[in-house]
Design a protein around this ligand. Structure first.
Ligand code: KG4
Ligand code: ZN
Length: 340
């Protein structure tokens, strides 16, 4: 007899969040995330510290996810884990844990591509969230990646544009560092941007061919701008922080929206989904909503809890692969540079 409910444990440990989630079919029962505060004092993720923190967190986080879901570990049908891309030391913790538990429980192991998961998080069954229709364009914007992906089907995706240097999240974080904000600076810039004038200062947008992005020039332009202004007025940052943040955010969103418009023009696809940490940004969310009425796009914006790294997105891809019986061998290895 066919089992009605499939229980998947998802494990995410690619960067600095240790997360475990339980899905029953495409519905979330639990999604526990332990973030690592330790990196704040270093102004960025320190790989060795991240890996150690994952070691400490993984067992309690998985226990909590199982307990909150109200199931027993023997109820699990498969274990899905992030194989890559990410930091090797971090990935190894989740990979080894997932392998051992799947082996011990004698259930299938499913390896997941983190970037696919940011996109397929849209297929988690949620009240008030519509699932994208194929084909659609997905823009994944995070601390490690900036891509535009043409999604023909769940596992038929093609990257049609990506950054040639820094990721968009780095543009937020590194600009924030110049302004003396803590790490990660994205959320703080977002908060202050809402109180400032986006047109107070103008930063030049990079000129990059086609659908690719570049953010390293912008970071340098902001650094020189701040150095110049503080020379003239040592209190420049404190006095104008909201306006500076609003202007930086306005420029970054302008860059993202220009490329999306070009992608829509080139592909003829106007269904757009976003994913990744930067998709939490209020400015990009508003710009996409505005594009619905202005350009007739259909947009898919994830719930906040599925924007930054989380295991629910890993578990949903695990469920979709489980349905296809697309299981991994136990010699599968963590892969730092895994492509979509
Ligand atoms: O997806 P994520 O959690 O981790 C990676 O895979 O990189 O993304 C983290 C990134 C950081 O750069 C952070 O500053 C940015 O997402 N971020 C934001 C916001 N919330 C998180 N950037 C702009 N506005 C936000 N509200
Ligand atoms: Zn991510």
């Amino acid at each position: 007899m066919k089992k009605e409910n499939i229980y998947i444990l998802g494990i995410e440990s690619s960067c600095d969040d240790t997360s475990a989630a339980i899905l029953c079919n495409d519905q979330i029962l639990s999604n526990i995330v332990a973030d690592q505060k330790i990196h704040t004092e270093y102004g960025g993720v320190v790989p060795e510290l991240a890996s150690r923190a994952h070691q400490q967190n993984i067992v309690p986080v998985v226990h909590q996810a199982i307990a909150k879901a109200g199931i027993q570990k023997d109820d699990l049908d498969a274990i899905a884990f992030t194989r890559g891309p990410g930091l090797m030391g971090s990935l190894l913790v989740g990979t080894s844990f997932a392998k051992s538990l799947a082996y011990g429980l004698n259930i299938p192991l499913i390896d997941i591509n983190h970037m696919q998961a940011h996109i397929l998080a849209h297929f988690i069954d949620e009240k008030d969230h519509k699932k994208p229709l194929f084909p659609f364009l997905a823009m994944t914007i995070s601390g490690g990646h900036t891509q535009i992906v043409k999604v023909n089907d769940y596992f038929d995706m093609k990257v049609i544009g990506e950054t040639i240097d820094d990721a968009v999240g780095e543009a937020f974080d590194k600009s924030g560092k110049v302004l003396g904000l803590g790490y990660p600076a994205g959320p703080e810039i977002d908060k202050r941007a809402q109180l400032g004038n986006p047109k107070a200062y103008k930063f030049t947008k990079p000129k990059v061919e086609g659908l690719n992005f570049s953010f390293s020039g912008l970071k340098t332009a902001i650094l020189y701008f701040v150095q110049r202004e503080t020379k003239a007025n040592p209190n420049f940052i404190e006095e104008h922080l909201n306006d500076i943040c609003a202007s930086i955010q306005y420029t970054i969103i302008g860059i993202l929206m220009d490329k999306l418009k070009l992608a829509v023009k080139e592909t003829g696809i106007n269904h757009i989904a976003i994913g990744g940490g930067v998709s939490a940004n209020s400015g990009i969310r508003k710009a996409l909503k505005d594009a619905e009425s202005k350009h007739g796009w259909t947009t898919y914006i994830p719930k906040f809890e599925y924007t930054t790294d989380n295991a629910a997105m890993i578990a949903i891809v695990g469920y979709l692969k489980y349905l296809k019986k697309d299981f991994s061998d136990f010699d599968v290895m963590a892969t730092a540079r895994l492509k979509i």
